[in-house]
Design a protein around this ligand. Structure first.
Ligand code: FA5
Length: 346
């Protein structure tokens, strides 16, 4: 029986066939294992007589199984290597890599510049409630400015009795920051905002960066210095000129719109110089002002003790200015040729 088993092992052509042989001999119910078990029930004399034959059969079979297994595995490896030969002369497939999007690039840059000025980055939810997006910013239910925001509402959805919407600006982060951390505050809040609006200079999703400074004795001069210092660093030019134009926002008083001087060079807008100088003009890039006392009160701060300024800039607009792009919608087409044209390829 041992001879037959050894022959069958040697004849096994595959690892599966070999495993079947192992089960038949040394497996739990294999005949060798069963024979070994019978030794326990024998008298000492019988055992001395029978044991050596069974032990040597077991050893011979185990050895044969090991040797055949090694041989079969080696053969399998050889076959696999032969099958998987790589033809190094074939041309490689071109792999295209992604790159950082201009908007992300600008967000990183502005966070870095404001970090140097001592500003931390704050965030808030893109799905906002009516109270943070409007009411606490001094726009109650009947305020006409609400209509100007072209808001995307979630129909039939309320949270704690408040309507739910996609935030129309980053200003609700002002409220959240004041409520969360109290004063003093020095933060920027870059992020996505949504309005149902679309043409060459408006897209339904765009990006803003909010700025908020709350402290004692803060005035408009601090706002102008902060924005000027930021734009000089961002556009890497010393001749940046800002114009603060009187305006109206319910959440700031006084309110100013921020324009930056630029010139047209070969159809491309180049930031720099005084907007009233020959060949120059002003471009609006955002809103700002001193935080309205009513907003401070909504956010739990005493207006007699604290005041501050806030601004909200269109990130897509400043990215267009920096890279000389002219159609805002192209930002969101994801066309790698457009990105490569403006130098955004790896
Ligand atoms: C606001 O959103 C105010 N929250 C800004 C603010 C913050 C004022 C803090 C005072 C204090 P406005 O709607 O003007 O304001 O938008 C600000 C900027 O976002 C605009 O100047 C423009 O650069 C950009 N912007 C507005 N709508 C769009 C749009 N549809 N697509 C791209 N950019 C836009």
């Amino acid at each position: 029986q041992t001879e037959a088993a050894l022959a069958a092992i040697v004849a096994s052509a595959t690892l599966d066939a070999l495993e079947a042989q192992r089960l038949e001999t040394l497996g739990k119910k294999g005949w060798v294992s069963l024979a070994l078990k019978t030794l326990g029930g024998m008298s000492p004399e019988e055992r001395t007589a029978a044991a050596p034959a069974i032990q040597s059969a077991r050893a011979a079979i185990a050895e044969a199984l090991d040797a055949k297994k090694a041989a079969l595995e080696a053969a399998e490896l050889e076959a696999a290597l032969a099958r998987e030969t790589i033809d190094l002369t074939l041309p490689a497939q071109a792999a295209s890599k992604g790159s950082v999007h201009p908007v992300s690039q600008v967000m990183d840059e502005l966070a870095e510049i404001f970090a140097d000025l001592g500003f931390a980055v704050a965030t808030g939810p893109e799905i906002e409630d009516d109270w943070h997006n409007f009411t606490a910013l001094n726009m109650d239910e009947t305020h006409p400015a609400r209509a100007m925001h072209d808001t995307f509402y979630f129909p039939d959805k309320t949270v704690e009795g408040k309507d739910v919407l996609l935030r129309t600006h980053t200003s609700p982060v002002q409220i959240r920051s004041m409520l969360d951390q109290g004063a003093p505050i020095r933060i920027i809040a870059p992020g996505r905002v949504y309005r149902s609006d679309s043409d060459a200079t408006h897209t339904p999703m765009f990006h803003q960066v909010e700025g908020l400074v709350i402290d004692k004795d803060i005035h408009l001069g601090h706002l102008k210095w902060t924005l000027e210092t930021f734009f000089k660093a961002f556009f890497e030019r010393e001749d940046i000129t800002l114009r603060l134009r009187p305006s109206y926002f319910p959440f700031t008083e006084p309110s100013v719109e921020v324009d930056v001087g630029y010139s047209n060079e070969g159809g491309r807008r180049v930031v720099g110089g005084h907007g009233d100088a020959p060949g120059h003009a002003w471009m609006e890039i955002g809103g700002s002002g001193m935080v309205n006392a009513r907003v401070l009160a909504f956010a739990g701060l005493d207006p007699a003790e604290w005041q501050g300024f806030a601004f909200g800039l269109g990130i897509d607009r400043i990215a267009m200015l920096k890279y000389g792009m002219n159609d805002l919608r192209a930002f969101f087409d994801g066309d790698p040729r457009w990105l490569a044209h403006y130098g955004f390829s790896p």
